[in-house]
Design a protein around this ligand. Structure first.
Ligand SMILES: Cc1cc2nc3c(=O)[nH]c(=O)nc-3n(C[C@H](O)[C@H](O)[C@H](O)COP(=O)(O)OP(=O)(O)OC[C@H]3O[C@@H](n4cnc5c(N)ncnc54)[C@H](O)[C@@H]3O)c2cc1C
Length: 353
C-alpha cells in the first residue's frame, strides 16, 4: 500500500530495502545454516500478502504492511535503530490476546515479540528467579513455578498471551498481577538503545509506566517465593473457579477496564448489554464484559459494539468505561470511539442505546 505522500513512500522504500537486506544483522548475517534459516524467517518484508497477517485470540486477523518477528534482541534493536533515523508507524504485539486490528492493511510495521520466547531460571535460597523473554507464554511461567514448587504466578492461570504483553498491561486477576513479581525489565528504547531497569517504573491496575508504542519490553526478571505445602493447589483452585465464570468463545478478554470501586461487567449487565450484537460480534451471555466473535466479526464490528455498550452505560449511569483492549490501525487512540457515534453506527444498532 503506497501512499501518495512523498515521506510515506521514502520510509516504505527504506524499510523494504532494510528487511530484504541479509547483511544488516536483522536477516541472516554471520549465521550458520540453521541459524540463517531461522533468521531469515525472523523479519519479513511481506507487503500486503497473506504472510503479513497476524492472528488474534478474537479470531480476527490483522494484515500488516510489514510484519517483523525478530528471534533475537539484536534483531529488534536493528529495527528500532532504523526507525529512529527513518520514522515509520510501529505497532508491537505479543500473543494478540488483547488487541483488536482494523480491517484492511495496517500502514507501517507490526513487530511481533512472540519469537523472543526464552525462559531460564535459577533458585536463590527460598526464591525462584525467572528470566523470560517478551514472547515467552505466560502459561509457561505458571507451569514452571508450579512444577518447581514456587508460588506467586497462580493469578496468571488461564490468562493467554505472552510475558511482554502481560507486563505492558500489568495483567492480573482477583487483585494480583504480574507487577507484583516483576523485579527487572529490559527494553529496547525508541532510539534502539537497550535499557535495563530495576526501579523507576510503576505498575498499577492494567497499567505499566514503561508501556509505550515506541518501546519494546524485551525481557523480564521475576521473583517467586517457595510455597508451603498445599499453597499452590489452594490458590490455583481459587483462580480456576474464577475462570469458570468466563465465556469459552473467542474473545480478547475483558473489553473494558473496571472503573474505580465497580466492575465493568456488573455495569454492562445492569444496563442490559448482554446479548447486544453488531454483525458477528456479540456481548457474551456469560459475562457482559466479554465481547465474543460468533462467526466472522470484524474489528469494526467489535469497536461499534463497544461504542454502543459504552454509550449505553454512560447515559444510564454517568460512568464512562475505558477500553482494556488495544486498537490497532484505527487511527488515533480515540478514533474507534469517534467512529461509533450514533450517526455512523450500523443502522440496526441505532436506537439501542
Ligand atoms: C480468554 C481470555 C481471558 C483473559 N483474561 C485476562 C485476565 O484475567 N487478566 C488480564 O489482565 N488479562 C486477561 N486477558 C487479556 C490478555 O490475555 C492479557 O492482557 C495478556 O497479558 C496480553 O498479552 P499478549 O501477549 O497477548 O499481548 P497483546 O494482546 O499482543 O498486546 C497487548 C498490548 O501489550 C502491548 N505489548 C505486547 N507485547 C509487548 C512487548 N513485548 N513490549 C511492549 N508492549 C507490548 C501491545 O502493544 C498491546 O498494547 C484475557 C484474554 C483472553 C482472550
Amino acid at each position: 500500500m503506497i501512499n501518495a505522500n512523498a515521506n510515506d513512500i521514502m520510509w516504505q522504500i527504506r524499510l523494504r530495502e532494510f528487511l530484504a537486506n541479509e547483511n544488516n544483522g536483522v536477516g541472516a548475517q554471520g549465521a550458520q545454516g540453521a541459524r540463517r534459516a531461522r533468521g531469515a524467517q525472523g523479519v519479513q518484508g511481506a507487503l500486503s500478502t497473506p504472510s503479513a497477517q497476524f492472528a488474534t485470540s478474537m479470531g480476527i486477523f490483522g494484515t500488516a504492511e510489514f510484519l517483523a518477528r525478530p528471534c533475537r534482541l539484536d534483531e529488534a534493536v536493528a529495527i528500532f535503530r532504523l526507525r529512529s533515523s527513518e520514522w515509520f508507524p510501529l505497532y508491537i504485539i505479543g500473543g494478540g490476546t488483547n488487541v483488536l486490528p482494523a480491517s484492511g492493511v495496517i500502514d507501517g510495521l507490526v513487530l511481533s515479540s512472540e519469537r523472543l520466547d526464552s525462559l531460564v531460571w535459577r533458585v536463590e535460597g527460598d526464591a525462584l528467579v525467572l528470566v523470560a523473554g517478551a514472547g515467552c507464554p505466560l502459561s509457561s511461567v505458571v507451569s514452571t513455578c508450579a512444577a518447581l514448587g514456587f508460588t506467586g504466578a497462580e493469578f496468571a492461570l488461564g490468562i493467554p498471551g505472552t510475558v511482554g504483553g502481560a507486563v505492558a498491561g500489568n495483567a492480573g486477576a482477583l487483585g494480583a498481577s504480574i507487577g507484583d513479581v516483576v523485579e527487572e525489565i529490559t527494553s529496547v528504547e525508541p532510539d534502539g538503545s537497550v535499557a535495563r531497569r530495576r526501579e523507576g517504573f510503576e505498575c498499577s491496575y492494567r497499567f505499566c509506566s514503561l508501556a509505550s508504542p515506541d518501546r519494546l519490553l524485551a525481557s523480564v526478571v521475576m521473583r517467586f517465593r517457595r510455597a508451603v505445602p498445599g499453597e499452590i493447589e489452594e490458590k490455583t483452585e481459587t483462580f480456576r473457579r474464577a475462570r469458570e465464570k468466563q465465556p469459552r468463545e473467542r474473545s480478547a478478554g475483558c473489553a473494558f477496564k473496571n472503573p474505580p470501586s465497580d466492575a465493568a461487567g456488573r455495569l454492562l449487565d445492569s444496563c442490559g448489554c448482554k446479548g447486544l450484537r453488531v454483525g458477528d460480534a456479540a456481548v457474551s451471555d456469560v459475562h457482559a464484559n466479554f465481547i465474543v466473535n460468533r462467526g466472522a466479526a470484524t474489528g469494526e464490528d467489535v469497536a461499534a459494539l463497544m461504542g454502543l455498550c459504552r454509550d449505553r452505560v454512560f447515559r444510564r449511569t454517568g460512568v464512562l468505561l475505558e477500553p482494556e483492549v488495544k486498537f490497532i490501525g484505527f487511527g488515533s487512540a480515540e478514533a474507534w470511539a469517534r467512529a461509533i457515534t450514533t450517526a455512523s453506527m450500523p443502522a440496526e444498532t441505532r436506537g439501542l442505546i
